[in-house]
Design a binder for this molecule. Structure first.
Ligand code: 5MM
Length: 342
């Protein structure tokens, strides 16, 4: 295991002003997203849509990495260039989602367990040879009546740790993603409690598994009120709770925290990221960055709509969202920037 190489790749993924595009929706998830905006989910539409994103002029100024799905890493652009190469030509590092999505947790069917450890070593070898330099695995924790259970938190933490260890063994930087869902009517205090528990268990498992933290990244959710809670925390409260929770549970050796957007609107996710960096930029042990799917892709997908004649307009909007996220990396985003662009 080349620790230096893992460390430098991890750092290359979190430079100032840049973040990660999560374009790793599995076929089921992308089909749900496409159907919501009336796009047919064919293999060709998925390929064309992702080609549109990856060929956006200048996007490498704001993106350090792109996470791909297995189908996409094998696809080519319309001129025959492998999509992975298209990404590299933009100066962006290609990565790959390696979990095999969630199943109901045995004996606790309202919770989820992420599968995909069987055969992982061989799959990682193949992805590395194809040119991927980092990997990602998502665990899902649900807040509800009497859940999460210890069993859910612990079994997902063990799986995340094994995934990270297999990845590092293969020379790939693992992005460890324990997502506590925003679904539910819970308060921000409850979210804080469950997030701290999840992160502490995850880092404990990573420690026991011998994972080299300097060569790994964390992809958590922000600490926010449940989506259906009647009391929604303010932007400043979200920033304060999230930073406090990270300071309590994430070791300083980790180079970066790349937040997911988790169903927040694109503007909310940007405002929350901005508030954290605005208050703390340069004063935290880790980079505070983004690894977003919906908060970067929502509007561009709608505009593209499955029609290549809309590609330029969709790329403009995608470029704008990435630029807004980039300013939030420095804590210099403001709502005026949205108005000016409109
Ligand atoms: C939480 O989802 C991850 C980040 O996306 P958002 O910014 O939209 O929250 C995302 O990378 C996710 O892990 C992938 O889309 C894969 O999800 P599925 O459900 O297809 O395994």
């Amino acid at each position: 295991m080349n620790l230096q190489q893992l460390e430098s790749t991890a750092r290359e993924l979190v430079p100032g002003g840049k973040g990660i595009l999560a374009a790793d929706e599995s076929t089921g998830t992308v089909t749900k997203r496409f159907n919501a905006v009336d796009i047919e989910s064919t293999e060709e539409n998925r390929r064309a849509y992702r080609e549109m994103l990856f060929t956006t002029p200048g996007i490498g100024e704001y993106l350090s990495g792109v996470i791909l799905f297995d189908e996409t890493i094998r696809q080519k652009a319309s001129d025959g260039t492998p999509l992975l190469e298209v990404i590299e030509r933009q100066g962006i590092i290609p990565g790959i989602k390696v979990d095999k999505s969630t199943v109901p947790l045995p004996l606790s069917p309202d919770e989820k367990y992420t599968q995909g450890l069987d055969g992982l070593r061989d799959r990682l070898e193949e992805y590395r040879e194809m040119g991927a330099r980092f990997t990602k695995w998502r665990a899902v924790i649900t807040i509800g009546d009497s859940i999460p259970t210890v069993n859910c938190i612990e079994s997902n933490a063990r799986a995340l740790a094994l995934f990270a260890a297999f990845s590092q063994e293969a020379g790939l930087v693992p992005i460890v993603e324990p997502e506590v869902l925003i679904d539910g009517d819970h308060s921000i205090e409850r979210s804080d409690e469950v997030n701290e528990w999840t992160l502490r268990s995850t880092f404990n498992a990573l420690y026991e598994q011998g994972v080299h933290l300097e060569g790994a990244l964390l992809k958590p959710n922000m600490v926010i009120s449940g989506k259906d809670s009647p009391e929604q925390a303010s932007i400043e409260e979200v920033a304060r709770y999230t930073i406090k929770c990270m300071l309590r549970s994430v070791p300083a050796a980790v180079p970066g925290i790349v937040f997911l957007s988790g169903g927040q609107s694109d503007v909310s996710a940007t405002e929350h990221l901005n508030a954290m960096n605005n208050a703390m930029y340069g004063n935290l042990p880790w980079e505070i960055s983004f690894s977003w799917a919906r908060a970067l892709q929502g509007k561009p997908m709608e505009i593209w709509g499955g029609d290549s004649s809309n590609a330029k307009e969709a790329q403009k909007v995608f470029h704008h969202r990435a630029r807004m996220a980039s300013t939030a990396r420095y804590g210099t985003y403001s709502e005026d920037m949205e108005d000016q662009a409109a």
